[in-house]
Design a protein around this ligand. Structure first.
Ligand code: ZN
Length: 208
């Protein structure tokens, strides 16, 4: 059998990462921003939250919830022959984990899917709780960029100038629906500076 087909934009996103040794090199944030922009555009996503469940459906992933072994957060595969559960392309999430954690795991797996899968090689990823390889870090950076996209975050922040950061971060958690600990580092990366809870956001870092 052949692997399940992909929409043209998926191939376009994968082309961005062609030739990059993702096992040994941290991918540029610019590339991740470009990739996520293509994904949002193709799926007509303009507003938060980025719904990973919808995205999984559109990408032809079967999604399963199982009681996973204790050190495993999730599994993803994309194969020529049906691999498990009669699926060729699936994400398995832990039924013991909360919704936000599973959203983070699914977005991480999309990172492998968009950056490392191709049209004709079987691919499997098992996401371990303590995984700190470069390849895992790259998938995490993809996750953060997908769930908190540069353009959408900037739009959100433009409307919140002159508010204190603790309030903004709280609102961001409800708006973007992502694990809380991912928000601050991503916002700091976007603004290229650090942020402090009880300090008012003056809008600096929003241009460029
Ligand atoms: Zn992974």
């Amino acid at each position: 059998m052949a692997k399940l087909p992909v929409e043209p934009y998926v191939a376009q996103v994968r082309d961005l990462f062609q030739g990059i040794d993702l096992e040994n090199k941290l991918v540029d944030q610019d590339k991740l921003d470009q990739a996520v922009e293509l994904i949002l555009e193709a799926n007509k996503i303009d507003d938060p939250p980025v719904n990973v469940n919808d995205l999984a459906k559109r990408l032809n992933f079967d999604v399963y919830f199982l009681n996973l072994p204790q050190n495993i957060l999730g599994v993803m595969f994309d194969t020529k022959e049906p691999f498990e559960y009669h699926s060729q392309r699936a994400i398995v999430l832990g039924s013991q984990y909360d919704n936000l954690r599973n959203i983070g795991t699914a977005a991480h797996e999309f990172g492998h899917y968009f950056m490392q899968c191709n049209a004709d090689t079987d691919y499997y990823d098992t996401r371990h709780i303590e995984a700190d390889t470069i390849s895992e870090m790259n998938a995490n950076r993809f996750r953060d960029t997908l769930l908190l996209p540069d353009g959408i975050v900037k739009k959100f922040l433009r409307k919140r100038q002159w508010r204190k950061w603790d309030k903004i971060l709280e609102e961001a958690r409800e708006t973007f629906f992502v694990p809380r600990h991912l928000i601050r580092p991503r916002f700091e990366r976007i603004l290229k500076r650090s942020i402090v809870d009880d300090v008012v956001f003056d809008g600096s870092g929003l241009d460029g």
